[in-house]
Each structure stands twice: as structure tokens, then as C-alpha cells.
Design a binder for this molecule. Structure first.
Ligand code: HEC
Length: 118
């Protein structure tokens, strides 16, 4: 029993001093797997150069189906609020690609989805 208490004390002491001489922590990020959906729209090429730098494009893919206004506001938010280097003239083509690929203007599925699933 006494032996066990000593080990606990030693553990606490190690934890307490750990902060002072902390070694740098290296992270190996997992390989990015998410990809934007191919498209002949000019915004696709822009998105592949402008939207992969800060975060996964899963952010784009998991958004609810939304209108053009939402996608435009999102692109402008990336540009103005988060400082993404998106030229002003790229905002419209990016919005167009996003709304037609992930938003309310995307092609309807050939087979209608059951009610409530579309
Ligand atoms: C300069 C870095 C940067 C770039 C480049 C960038 N984003 Fe973002 N994005 C952010 C940040 C920061 C957030 C929000 C923070 C978070 O939740 O992790 C975000 C969040 C999002 C979201 C989640 C919804 C929301 O409004 O927060 C979407 C969708 C998105 N970005 C789309 C895009 C698209 C499309 C592009 C390319 C046009 C893009 N991002 C480029 C920084 C960036």
C-alpha cells in the first residue's frame, strides 16, 4: 500500500514539471480525401485552387442544400471575414459552381427521391 502511494506521488511530480520543459508536439495530419465534384463550370477550377488551403472541402459538401444567396454569402465570408485570397471577379463564378453543384440549382436526380429525402 505504501509502495503504491509513492508511485502516485512520483507520477504527480512528473506531471507537474512536464509543463516547464515541454517538448514541441508534432502533428501529422491525415491525408485529405475529400474532393470537390468535377464540373465544366469555370468556378470549379477556381474552387480547386482557392478552397483547399484552409480546411477540408467536406465543409462544402456537408452544407444543407441552399440557395444562391447563401453560397454567395459564404464565398464573401471566406474572402472578407476569414481573409481567403479570393479575387472579387472570382466570387460570381465560384458561387455559380457551388449553387449548381451543392445548392438549390443542382441537377435533379434522374429518379425522384422519396418524399422528405430530396
Ligand atoms: C483563408 C482560409 C479559408 C479559405 C481559403 C476558405 N475558407 Fe471556408 N472557412 C474558413 C474558416 C476559418 C471557416 C470557419 C471556421 C470553422 O468552422 O472551422 C470556414 C468555413 C467554411 C464553411 C462552413 C460554413 C460556414 O459558413 O462556416 C464553408 C461551406 C466554407 N468554409 C466554404 C469555403 C469555400 C467554398 C471556399 C473557397 C471559395 C473556402 N471556404 C475557402 C476559412 C477559409
Amino acid at each position: 500500500m505504501k509502495q503504491q502511494a509513492i508511485w502516485i506521488m512520483a507520477g504527480l511530480a512528473a506531471a507537474a514539471t512536464g509543463g516547464a520543459g515541454a517538448a514541441p508536439v508534432n502533428y501529422v495530419l491525415p491525408e485529405e480525401k475529400a474532393r470537390l465534384t468535377d464540373s465544366p463550370l469555370p468556378g470549379y477550377a477556381l474552387a480547386t485552387t482557392l478552397c483547399y488551403t484552409c480546411h477540408s472541402v467536406d465543409y462544402v459538401k456537408v452544407q444543407p442544400v441552399s440557395a444562391r444567396t447563401y453560397w454567395k454569402a459564404t464565398v464573401v465570408k471566406m474572402q472578407k471575414t476569414f481573409g481567403a485570397p479570393i479575387p472579387d471577379e472570382a466570387v460570381e463564378p465560384l458561387t455559380d459552381y457551388l449553387v449548381k453543384t451543392y445548392g438549390s440549382e443542382r441537377a435533379k436526380p434522374a429518379i425522384p427521391l422519396p418524399p422528405g429525402k430530396g
